[in-house]
Structure formats: C-alpha cells, structure tokens
Design a protein around this ligand. Structure first.
Ligand code: NAD
Length: 354
C-alpha cells in the first residue's frame, strides 16, 4: 500500500505518517512545504525508515505535484496540508486562500489526471481523502451536534477557505468520478502540536511562568479529539470510506476553554510544582473576532459504519499531552524561539494585510 500524505510534517499529518509507516507498514511519501508550522523533527520516528520518503514541495506547484504522483504512484492520497491557525487567518487571509483553496484544487486536478491513466481495477481502489474541519459548519448554540448533513456556515477566513476546499473535493467526485472522501473533525490535541494553539501554548507558558491568555470569558466550547485517535480514524476512512461521503470525527469530549486551561494548571501543579499554583497565571484577554461559541461533533456515522471509537478520554489524553511536553523540549524549544507565544489575530488596521 502506497500512501501520499500532504502536510505530513505538521501536527496531525505527522501522527498519520507515524501510524501508517510504523503501525500499518505502508509505504509513505510525505509532501510538505515546511512552512513555519511544519518541521522534520516531527517525523524523527520515521527518519531513514525504508518505507518513508519526504518531498519538500508546495501543493500549489502543479509540476512538482504531478511528478510526485507519477513517480510514487500512490494507491491513496491523504490530503492534510493547509494553513490551519484561525488567528493568523484573521490578519493575513491570502496564504489561507492560496494553500487551502488553490492548493486543494491543484491536488485534485493532479490526482484526476493520474487516476485517469490507471487500470480499471486500480481506479476503483484509489482513494483521495480530503481532511477538513468541523469549523465549516459554523457555531452551535447550547444544544445540538454537527452531523454530516449540517449546512455549511463558516465564520473565519480559515473556515471559509476550508469550506471552499470541501466543495471542490465533493465536486471532483460528482463531476469526474474521482473517488474522494471528506472528513470533518473537531479540535485535535496531543504531542507535536505547534505552540501557537491553545493547549501547547498554555502548557509552555505555565512552564515558563508566563500569563495564560484566555480569550473573552473562556466560555467557548470545543470538542477535543486526541491526535492519535484521529490518525486511526483517517486511516480507516481512507481504507473503507465510501466515495462521495463525509465522515465526522469527534471525541465526544466537550469542554469550555477555561476548564481546559484549569485542567492543564492542575496537571502542571502535579508534574511541575515549581512556580505553582499555575492557575494564578490565568489572564482574560480580548476575545477573537467572530469567535464561534460552541463546536460539538456527532461521530455516530464513523462509529457505526466503520467501527471507530476514540480510545482516549479528555482526562487521559490531556495527562499524556502535558507529560509529553514536559519530556520533549528538544522538539518544542526551537519552535518556541521562532514564535514566542505573543497574541495573534487582533484586528488592528495596520495588521490587516490584503
Ligand atoms: P499544521 O498547521 O500543524 O500542519 C500543516 C502542515 O501543512 C505543515 O507541515 C505545513 O508545512 C504544511 N503546509 C502548509 N502549506 C503548505 C503548502 N502550500 N504546501 C505543502 N505543505 C504545506 O496543521 P494540522 O493541525 O496538522 O492540520 C492538518 C489538517 O487538519 C488541516 O487540513 C486542517 O485544516 C485540518 N484540521 C485540523 C484541526 C486541528 O485541531 N488541528 C481540526 C480540524 C481540521
């Protein structure tokens, strides 16, 4: 089994690559541009593994992507490369439109040309998994869950660009018959998460005795999914998902942001008592513009049709995550030098780039 994984040097992509190479024994070609969010250190576990190859390329570069398809000849594509941070999309949306929309278009077009030349048997077996987010569905009130039928209603430039890419992926299946499957997942957390995102930022700021910035009142709710549970789900969806279908992936772990931060503080008090109690560092800051109130996923289709179930609860997953960051400064310290955790995504006029 040969799988081409885009964005494999990022957070979720590297978990997928580790799972495919080390657990499944597949041959993997990772294609990644190595933006600020991608680092080869996240792939250290498969460094020099005979079944893993790495190609530094931009998914918008049609020639490089066509050559990757033609030389690697994948049985499957798992497309995760994206600009992924909502706050960055607020002050600089262009990269999001280029990578998430044009990049996905380029991946789909190159796939279509490659797939057209396959034998009837290989054509039927080929899968293109487009990995997306529950943020395309917009915001929930206090009740209800996102299902695969929830209408799209994105709020941020990030989620709007992902929604666009989902529509392209679905259209390439309906119009050209390319066997595309789409997955939409909730907020991931776990090892190798770039320290601009809520959970790693809070762990590292707490470790360094810095303020723990909570947006607004901290009442926004997210449905947390442990990254290795997600990697298993994506493998299953790529293997058994039906072309043209969407599968929602969620951990059934809804938490208010403030409760997440308080849980991290309690774990820091346990594993790193120096500098505690850490909840004294919690600081309320201006809310994110267009901040969605609540996301929650109904993962029934994935659970009943494909038999997936999250193995981690939020309590077990966050415990593992805090312990991982405390033990792996070799991974995060160089990234923390490049990005010190300062606030992103506030709408000052001079920050809004075209
Ligand atoms: P990430 O930001 O950690 O990693 C993205 C990777 O894509 C990086 O390695 C980066 O170098 C690469 N990349 C960016 N632009 C590229 C380009 N033009 N060409 C090639 N490579 C490029 O993101 P992540 O959190 O691992 O997310 C992976 C996917 O899952 C994304 O599509 C994202 O929208 C989706 N997703 C993420 C979450 C989450 O909680 N992290 C939730 C839902 C959906």
């Amino acid at each position: 089994m040969r799988v081409l994984v885009t964005g494999g040097a990022g957070f979720i992509g590297s978990a997928v690559v580790r799972h495919l190479v080390l657990v499944r024994g597949y041959e993997v070609l990772t294609v990644d541009k190595l933006t600020y969010a991608g680092t080869l250190t996240s792939l250290r576990a498969v460094d020099n593994h005979p079944n893993h190859r790495f190609l530094k390329a931009d998914i918008c570069d049609r020639q490089a992507i066509t050559e990757a398809y033609d030389s690697f000849r994948p049985d499957r594509v798992m497309h995760l490369a994206a600009e992924s941070h909502v706050d960055r999309s607020i002050t600089g949306a262009r990269d999001f439109v280029e990578t998430n929309v044009i990049g996905t278009f380029t991946m789909l077009e190159a796939a279509r040309h490659y797939w057209t030349g396959l034998s009837a048997e290989d054509k039927a077996a080929f899968r293109f998994l487009h990995v997306s987010t529950d943020e395309v569905y917009g915001s929930l009130g206090a009740q209800g869950l996102f299902t695969e039928e929830t209408p799209y209603d994105p709020s941020s430039p990030y989620s709007a660009s992902k929604a666009s890419s989902d529509h392209l992926a679905k259209a390439w299946q309906r119009t050209y018959g390319l066997p595309v499957v789409v997955s939409n997942c909730s907020n991931n957390y776990g090892p190798y998460h770039f320290p601009e995102k809520l959970i790693p930022l809070m762990i590292l700021n707490a470790l360094e005795g810095k303020p723990l910035p909570v947006y607004g009142t901290g009442a926004n709710i997210r449905d947390w999914l442990y990254v290795e549970d997600h990697a298993r789900a994506l493998d299953l969806i790529a293997e058994r998902g039906r072309p043209g279908e969407t599968y929602n992936v969620g951990g059934r772990n809804e938490r208010r942001n403030l409760d997440v931060v308080q849980r991290i503080c309690a774990l820091m008090d346990k594993y790193h008592p120096a500098g505690g109690p850490h909840d004294r560092l919690i600081t309320y800051v201006a809310d994110r513009p267009g901040h969605d109130a609540r996301y929650a996923i109904d993962a029934t289709k994935l659970e009943t049709e494909l038999g997936w179930k999250a193995e981690e609860t939020f309590d077990s997953g966050i415990d593992k995550t805090v312990e991982w960051y405390l033990a792996n400064d070799w991974w995060w310290a160089p990234l923390r030098k490049g990005y010190d955790g300062s606030r992103l995504g506030l709408l000052k006029p001079e920050e809004v780039k075209a």
